[in-house]
Design a protein around this ligand. Sequence first.
Ligand code: ATP
Ligand code: MG
Ligand code: MG
Ligand code: MG
Length: 497
Amino acid sequence: MSLPSATQVRQQFLDFFASKGHHIVPSAPIVVKDDPTLMFINSGMAPFKDYFLGNKPAPYKRIADTQKCLRVSGKHNDLEEVGYDTYHHTMFEMLGNWSFGDYFKTDAIAWAWELLTDVFKLPKDRLYVTYFEGDQADGTAADTETQQLWRQYTSDDRILPGNKKDNFWEMGDTGPCGPCTEIHVDLRSEEERAAKPGAELVNADHPQVVEIWNNVFMEFERRADKSLIKLPQQNVDTGMGFERLMMAVSGVKSNYDTDVFQPLIQFIAKEAGVEYHGTAPATVNTPPATENEKTDIAVRVIADHIRTIAFTIADGQLPSNVKAGYVIRRILRRAVRYAFSSLNQKQPFLYKIVPVLADHMKSIFPELKAQEKFVTRVIEEEEIAFLRTLENGLRRFDALEEGFRQHGGHVDGKSAFELSDTFGFPFDLTALLAREKGLTVSEEEFKKELEQQKARSRNASEQEQSDWTIVEPSQEQPRFVGYDATTAEARILRYRA
Ligand code: ATP
Ligand code: MG
Ligand code: MG
Ligand code: MG
């Protein structure tokens, strides 16, 4: 049986909301240049923040899109889950529909249900919905309106109360906020479903009972004194994980078994000469139990991370040693380590996947295809640079292991710092190695060492270091062809490792 195509399913979502009067807009770049509170777009609503805050009028009352999102830093960080579980990614697409002072709960709920059950034909008895149960501590009322609305579509045993963490959205300590309703899908086998009701597994980290869509109803403003006032204009903000939707419509048990990831996985497996079996550890904290699991985790991590790395570079953020650039370098090095240790790739490997990814995504995100050569080259150079020290670093870690075990199974801050400073191991790579070997490590200790080093080098030199070089283009050098006008600095033409 052939898998549903990612291009078609995405288009069905957009067409559906266009038919409900929504204006379809392209994804904003993933890299945020003008917001000190955010490095990368991490949800579909982030590019529309100003409309919700009332800083700017929304150009349309109804908008829908697919937004490239990254959850690798700050409030949302799913990095550790990736590869171990089968439904959290570093980069994913969030499908969304918005109402800016237009429709509210009644239509949002009706359309969400219609889309999932009529258009995508998901069985109604595999869907669960949640509503905000209220919070006694701060006096916020339960969202019984949403509960009532869902009763038109499904039975009470599928309409579940949820707490503030899952079912109440706030932008920050103050500002717009409101209850949300989430839709979860149960993709377990019939036998598993007969043995245990799905309602018990909602929001319980079960890999086949997963949240697919969140509908936020912004109806309040939180004041500094914590009180809530009703907003004059009410907004809807929804986000559906596209890769998870693909899993549901494909009737498979993992996001990686869908058309979104399969071309990448098949390419990686073939290129590395391994087989992908689709196994996963029981939980994200369980180390791989078999060689197959180890290989599968590596293949998933690489398929996931290459998307993040490639699209972030295409959107204008090069790997570097600071801030957003370092986030990307860290993710890249994490992927290189998996290729090296689990897939036996001792030469640059990741860069080869870029053309496959660019072709697969070009109909919706042409920016990668347009800069394919540039992005490929940047990644290859990064890989070459890191591979120079990776093997020695891994050997160093092994040599130190006995000592760690003698000290309570703890990787001390000095060693973590040495691995970073001498071998280019980002802290989270050291943490990952430690986790795989059942050792502990403290980021605080590491940071202390780092601070001391910084103080030392501040004294030693005032010279400024930069990761960027602006030069004139030449025939040989791949040109950076630029990105959407919404980001600046389209003048970086050459990358230096
Ligand atoms: P989860 O509880 O599964 O971590 P979430 O509650 O953090 O998800 P939301 O912030 O509500 O997610 O985002 C809206 C939707 O985006 C989710 O319902 C889910 O389908 C999708 N999503 C969230 N995080 C990820 C991720 N890391 N990878 C893929 N899809 C995601
Ligand atoms: Mg989450
Ligand atoms: Mg959730
Ligand atoms: Mg959610």
